[in-house]
Design a protein around this ligand. Structure first.
Ligand code: SF4
Ligand code: SF4
Length: 123
């Protein structure tokens, strides 16, 4: 006779380990060179809490910065394009991260990466 297993609604959690060394850090390196305040971010999320784009979309600057630093940049260009460059995030950042320029540099590096396969600007 088949044994009935009760379903409590739980499931196995997806593996969330990050293989940092296996990720591509080209974009992060070139962005940090162009805008060194990338290193000052402490992922506090104040920028995301005040972000204009976050009010209408799922956009999170905190997450974008985190993913760039981790080297997980796949599909990020579409995400970054949601930013309206209003600059509100820059006014509230407790670490004085130059967020607007950071977003511009991230977009630029991601565009170069998608077009040429490298984040480096071609002469
Ligand atoms: S407010 Fe500044 S320090 Fe905080 S997550 Fe945003 S960029 Fe990073
Ligand atoms: S500049 Fe972009 S990330 Fe910053 S508050 Fe405005 S829409 Fe949000």
């Amino acid at each position: 006779m088949e044994k009935k297993v009760k379903n409590f609604g739980y499931s196995v959690t997806r593996d969330r380990q990050i293989d940092f060394d296996a990720n591509n850090h080209d974009v992060g390196k070139i962005v940090a060179l162009a805008e060194p305040t990338l290193h000052l971010c402490i992922s506090c999320g104040t920028c995301s809490a005040t972000c204009t784009a976050s009010q209408f979309t799922e956009f999170s600057l905190r997450q974008v910065i985190l993913l760039v630093r981790r080297g997980e940049t796949k599909g990020l260009l579409k995400e970054v394009s949601k930013c309206m460059l209003c600059g509100k995030c820059q006014l509230v950042c407790p670490r004085n991260v130059s967020t607007r320029n950071l977003i511009i540099q991230i977009s630029r590096a991601l565009c170069n990466h998608e077009v040429s396969g490298s984040a480096m600007l071609k002469p």
